[in-house]
Design a protein around this ligand. Structure first.
Ligand SMILES: [Zn+2]
Length: 329
């Protein structure tokens, strides 16, 4: 996709063994973003189990995103088709995720999940799919004078993490997300109990964590002239325990240990980019997938996406972790 450096051939170790390894997907007219997302969905066995349980009803219309996703993921498993994702791409195009356009992977990820919820005939399964990713939070605002607190429930399908202006870790970004902000002066809120505008403290409180935990590293910063990509280094671990990171006021979490299994990588600048993915497959190996090219790699190769190197802007953009509580290992 027009990236000068990416034309170097990558050794292809594509395996045909069923259920082991990964299979590449041809780039059909700038589809790298959707290809990378499809690889992450294919690695999300929990999602596939829910899709497999669903029996689409007869009246399921054309251009149904959950149906085409289900078909694409099934077709990716058997190697009969050259383009197992073609109908899914066409279906997304019909649903306003247009072909021949560059997309933001996190936006498309949200669009796909929202369309699943909207278009699935079985609403119970659709909700179960949303719940797989649903991070429940409360947005709270506390009056500094009377200590009265007003909380509003909210949720995220991916944690929107802004980056500090320095080399940092995923843990730092999480802590920053939950840091409270003081609202005073012109920003002060009206407190119903004090019956006036008072200084207050505002922040998010975590309510529950899902089985699949997705982080979106917000690397694009809007400047007055054009969007700029931040190449700052953000390291992330293969396993993470959130109860060790979050401030004490957060409730005890029933599931807090997670393992990384997919990294969606953005290559290039904010203006011209390409997406690839690292996948930890069921055979407990990491794979790098750049459209149709796949290769087996080490964890050290995944760590190359931490960022911080100006010339080689190959950085993690979305991180998908799965809970370890349900896994035998
Ligand atoms: Zn008050």
């Amino acid at each position: 996709m027009g990236m000068a450096w990416s034309s170097a051939p990558i050794p292809c170790t594509y395996t045909k063994t069923f259920g082991v390894g990964v299979r590449g997907l041809e780039n059909c007219g700038l589809s790298c973003c959707i290809n990378a997302l499809l690889q992450s969905f294919a690695a999300t066995t929990e999602l596939q189990e829910l899709l497999n349980r669903w029996q689409p009803s007869e009246e399921s219309h054309d251009h149904n995103v959950p149906l085409e996703l289900k078909r694409a993921l099934e077709a990716m498993k058997d190697n009969k088709q050259d383009r197992p994702h073609q109908d899914f791409l066409e279906c997304l195009h019909y649903n306003k995720v247009c072909r021949l356009m560059q997309h933001d992977a996190d936006e498309v990820f949200h669009t796909i999940l929202n369309l699943i919820q909207k278009q699935m005939s079985d609403q119970q399964t659709a909700t179960a799919i949303t719940n797989l990713y649903k991070i429940e939070v409360e947005g709270c605002c506390r009056c500094s004078e009377c200590k009265n607190e007003h909380c509003v429930p909210n949720f995220f399908l991916s944690f929107p993490l802004h980056l500090p202006e320095r080399t940092s870790t995923l843990e730092d970004c999480m802590k920053m997300f939950f840091e409270c902000q003081k609202l005073e002066g012109s920003e002060a809120f009206y407190c119903g109990r004090c019956e006036k505008k008072t200084p207050s403290v505002q922040g998010y409180r975590l309510v529950s964590l899902p089985s699949i935990l997705c982080f979106n590293l917000k690397r694009v910063r809007k400047t007055s002239s054009y969007p700029k990509k931040l190449n700052l280094k953000v390291s992330f671990p293969e396993t993470i325990n959130l109860s060790e990171i979050l401030p004490e006021e957060h409730p005890q979490l029933s599931q807090s240990r997670y393992r990384l299994y997919a990294v969606i990588v953005h290559v290039g600048t904010a203006m011209c980019g390409h997406y690839t993915a690292y996948i930890y497959s069921t055979d407990r190996q990491w794979y790098y997938i750049d459209d149709s090219h796949t290769s087996r790699v080490s964890w050290e190769a995944v760590q190359e996406t931490y960022g911080g190197r100006e010339l080689f802007s190959h950085t993690a953009y979305m991180l998908l972790y799965r809970t370890l509580n349900t896994e035998a290992a």
